[in-house]
Ligand binder design. Structure first.
Ligand code: ZN
Length: 194
């Protein structure tokens, strides 16, 4: 038997993941991440889901689907009802946990992310860490067009969010800390309090 054939147990799960990927790609189809060279928005949730898939031991399908969908409600016209009808209530709950209330002012939303982080479910915490890793990576290594103080503000705020949920996943937290260490070198600023 050809060992590269997807076995019958996995094929349904792969299909479920691709339904979420296809849905997210459609919803974000007109969006680009701002920057000097704009990147299609969908690259971001794909990155987040790939990180979760690689770093979490035995992730479940819902966690991967939620990672792919995590910005659809916040950044597109997608509703919670749509997500729940298509992917079930658990995926919907995780995505809602990761959605900022966009009717609130920017600084309130940022403050609430820190305050609410420790109350998130395990799945939402894993995706949250992956999201911050991907965003900081973009800030450091792609041409986002931000001045240094804005980059530092985002990174310092992310550190406060992640500090609330340490102990969620060791591997991702090590990767996050490594990235902060790299940020210190690239931005020539002390961020850790050693
Ligand atoms: Zn995101």
């Amino acid at each position: 038997m050809d060992k590269n054939i997807i076995n019958t147990n996995s094929i349904d799960q792969i299909k479920e993941i691709f339904v979420a990927l296809d849905f997210a790609a459609f919803k974000h189809r007109h969006q680009k991440r701002k920057g000097i060279i704009p990147i299609p928005y969908i690259n971001h949730p794909i990155r987040v889901a790939a990180l979760v898939l690689n770093k979490i031991e035995n992730p479940d399908i819902e966690m991967i689907q939620a990672a792919l969908l995590h910005d659809t409600i916040e950044d597109t016209k997608t509703t919670i009802d749509e997500i729940q009808a298509k992917f079930g209530s658990r995926v919907g709950e995780i995505v809602i946990e990761l959605t900022d209330n966009m009717s609130q002012p920017y600084f309130v939303r940022k403050k609430l992310q820190i305050e609410k982080a420790s109350k998130l479910s395990y799945e939402a915490r894993c995706i949250k860490i992956a999201d911050k890793i991907c965003n900081i990576n973009d800030i450091l290594y792609t041409r986002v067009g931000w001045i240094k103080s804005r980059k530092l503000r985002y990174i310092k705020w992310s550190m406060k969010v992640i500090d609330q949920i340490r102990g969620t996943n060791k591997e991702m937290e090590i990767e996050f800390d490594q990235l902060i260490f790299e940020s210190e070198k690239i931005l020539k600023t002390k961020l850790f309090s050693y």
